[in-house]
Design a protein around this ligand. Structure first.
Ligand code: ASP
Length: 340
């Protein structure tokens, strides 16, 4: 669907050109009697919202609207969903890129998807803004319209390229954002600020083409953690595991646990330690458990969020890099996801 909303056009405001990709999520959901479920075919409602945006802000909008073949509850995202969204966004740019792209997405995995899309589209020339809603479009107190307008205004006023999450009152850099509320209008936070690289970085390029990405996973340590559980995770997610540790990068380090991690790194499975803390950074040299992880080849993930660490690891694993290369890029600040 394409459209132009041009009512109440301010003379001096140029037309905003946007691509809109609807992937599902609460934004467009309906309750079929058995709970909220995704709904396809909301292009007409999006056109009405864009008309309302033009009426309210005096900015004419030219837009093209697309939907995924199957719109989903984002909790249903598979390992390839975010990458496919990134490919759709790139393909939709065409010869004359729009001013920006809006991706309407479920909130549950929006931060994971946003971070993955950011790494996949690190070279994109325009802003890509993910948004969604806590309450579906058309229901009382829905935040869907306001969030779409925030996304449009972010593109109108935010000239920088990059991937963002527009939600509630704030535009967050995707590589620092996390969902922190399942009912509040401000559903996302970025507890650490974006940390743009001090000098421009070159990005890694694929070492092999056409192969499928190996599976990567996330494992949170906890008191009483069973080594067999971790060992199973390290075998299933042989492309790499983000290990969400305590504090500065500590965890229960029985001999069996350290052996399991060491065997995994020997098999070529990168293990990246991050912290569950909202402030501070992993320092594997500080405590004995961290040193044990270091000794068996774990990679310090600094202060990356779990979403950014998982997205970056999946992105790098998908490039088929040799272990040393992957380690180097994992610890290099590429997009502001990691404090240098
Ligand atoms: N379960 C929904 C989803 O992630 C939640 C939402 O969109 O707010 O698709």
């Amino acid at each position: 669907m394409t459209g132009v909303a041009s009512s109440t056009v301010a003379q001096d405001v140029s037309t905003l050109r946007v691509e809109i990709l609807y992937t599902g999520g609460t934004f467009g959901m309906v309750d079929g009697g058995d709970g909220l479920r995704p709904r396809a075919g909301i292009g007409g409602e999006i056109a009405d919202l864009i008309d309302a945006y033009t009426d309210r802000f005096g900015i004419p909008v030219e837009f093209r609207y697309h939907e995924l073949e199957r719109v989903i509850d984002s909790a249903d995202a598979d390992p390839g969903t975010a990458r496919r969204i990134a490919e759709r966004v790139r393909a939709g740019l065409g010869a004359t890129p729009p001013d920006g792209v809006i991706v309407i997405h479920g909130t549950d995995t929006m931060a994971y998807a946003g971070a993955r899309i950011a790494f996949e589209l690190h070279d994109i020339p325009v802003p890509v803004v993910l948004t969604g809603a806590q309450i579906p479009l058309g229901l009382p107190a829905s935040d869907a319209a306001d969030n779409l307008m925030l996304a449009l205004n972010s593109i109108a006023t935010q000239p920088a390229a990059g991937v963002f999450i527009a939600f509630g009152s704030t535009l967050h850099p995707a590589v620092r954002a996390s969902k922190r509320s399942c009912d509040g209008y401000d559903g996302f936070t970025a507890v650490r600020p974006l940390s743009p690289p001090r000098t421009p970085v070159t990005h890694p390029v694929a070492a092999r083409a056409g192969e499928s990405s190996p599976p990567v996973g996330l494992f949170t340590v906890f008191p009483g953690m069973d080594t067999d559980l971790l060992d199973a995770a390290l075998r299933i997610y042989h492309g790499g595991v983000v290990l969400e540790c305590y504090g500065a990068g500590t965890m229960p380090v029985s001999e069996a646990t350290v052996t399991a991690i060491g065997k995994a790194t020997e098999r070529g499975t990168p293990v990246v330690a991050i912290t569950h803390c909202d402030s501070g950074t992993v320092d594997l040299g500080r405590y004995q458990p961290g040193r044990a992880l270091l000794a068996v080849g774990a990679i310090g993930g600094g202060d990356m969020t779990r979403e950014a660490a998982l997205a970056k690891l999946a992105h790098l694993a998908g490039l088929g890099l040799p272990a040393a290369e992957l380690r180097r890029w994992m610890t290099t600040n590429l997009l502001g996801e990691l404090t240098d």
